[in-house]
Write a protein that binds this ligand. Structure first.
Ligand code: GLN
Length: 380
């Protein structure tokens, strides 16, 4: 068996959700809403199930969904895309895998920024590549030019950018994007941009993709997720967007992973993307629940780190008066307080890194979040 998988633990998300299920704990670990997806989307999926073909859709995705993705990005981010530039995948995780398989060859080095979503490094390694970790420092989690330049070698082939960033909820600044653009262009790197949190932004922040920076259109693979946009994480509908020549190659990686994605979910995602009222309603709901958790924790004396985007907020344990490292906290909190969380160090590879920050998911019903704050306060 390949040691990459044979020696790998199950993901921290599966581990914590498994514990939450077994122990009946409140699950603020793995990121997903507890409410059903918007009714219009569910109705669209059921309608498509009854009236549309249930056979293989085209491997690159239904043309209607690819057009809807292009139109969504024109409306939301001012991007000028055609359907030839969109490849539908079975979730963003598949898109990440396909992009890495399409880009990374044996011995190629790939720049990753820690904390990094846990799928990136194993996929780079499985493709024969070498992940090279560059730390981001709290509280701003900004990109350090000297650190990036030191990490680059003649073998550097690509960088993976997650913006907005899971687990911190931080957003790359205009200066960060300009820096990454300069470096990618100077060193002829492909940028794999995991932008699944692009629609989950708060306090009036807009999203700018690295794809729209000058010189980046031909070298950027932008990854999006209907599951995140619509709060339907189990649907596993995602996509990759890139220059048409790049997209044609990405499509070949995708065709030998899942080949295609269930058509009723593609139809529903296409309908959802076309209706700005659906995303607006979700945004209102998630802004409110975010305030409940962040405000509740702050009022109870927890130190909540700034978070501009994603379904997550992080707490700083020592600054909250808690003398545990993050992994111990998460393992004990799920058993003793009945709350699942994600230790940030589970998403950290490489030297150093914070060991006292814990991620909590806030896209949950208010009563559940209030209960969680009360349990944390009583337990701590
Ligand atoms: N993206 C989810 C999170 O950060 C996890 C997804 C998964 O478990 N595959 O919570």
């Amino acid at each position: 068996l390949n040691p990459i998988y044979a020696e790998m633990p199950v993901t921290v998300f599966e581990h914590m959700s498994g514990l939450a299920r077994t122990l009946g704990a409140i699950n603020l670990g793995q990121g997903f809403p507890d409410t059903p997806p918007p009714a219009a989307l569910t109705a669209a999926a059921m309608r498509a199930m009854e009236t549309r073909s249930q056979q293989y859709p085209p491997s690159m995705g239904l043309p209607e969904l690819r057009d809807a993705v292009a139109a969504f990005y024109a409306r939301e981010q001012g991007l000028n895309l055609t359907r030839e530039q969109v490849v539908v995948t079975s979730g963003a995780t598949e898109a990440i895998a396909a992009a890495i398989l399409a880009v990374v060859g044996v011995g190629d080095e790939v720049l990753l920024f820690s904390p990094a979503y846990d799928a990136y490094a194993p996929l780079v390694r499985r493709a024969g590549g070498v992940p090279v970790f560059i730390p981001l420092a709290p509280p701003s989690w900004g990109y350090d030019e000297a650190a990036i330049r030191t990490a680059i070698t003649p073998r550097t082939r690509a960088l993976i950018l997650n913006d907005p960033l899971n687990p911190t909820g931080s957003v790359a600044s205009a200066a960060d994007l300009a820096l990454l653009t300069r470096i990618a262009c100077e060193h002829d790197l492909v940028a794999i941009c995991d932008e699944v949190w692009e629609a989950v932004r708060f306090d009036g922040r807009s999203h700018r993709s690295l794809l729209s920076e000058p010189g980046m259109a031909e070298r950027t693979i932008k990854i999006g997720s209907a599951g995140k946009i619509f709060g339907a994480t189990g649907w596993k509908v995602g996509w990759m967007v890139g220059d048409a020549a790049l997209a044609a190659v990405l499509a070949k990686a995708h065709q030998f992973l899942t080949f295609t994605t269930p058509p009723m979910l593609q139809w529903a995602a296409a309908e959802g993307l076309a209706d700005p009222a659906i995303t607006a309603a979700l945004h209102t709901e998630w802004s409110a629940s975010r305030s409940v958790l962040m405000g509740g924790l702050a009022a109870a004396g927890f130190k909540v780190l700034e978070s501009a985007a994603t379904w997550f907020a992080c707490i700083d344990l020592p600054a909250s008066g808690i003398a545990l490292d993050d992994r111990t906290f998460s393992e004990r909190a799920v058993r003793e307080a009945g709350i699942a969380s994600i230790p940030l160090s589970a998403l950290w590879e490489g030297e150093g890194g914070p060991t006292t920050i814990v991620r909590l998911c806030h896209c949950k019903p208010s009563a559940m979040l209030e209960d969680a704050v009360a349990r944390f306060s009583a337990w701590r």
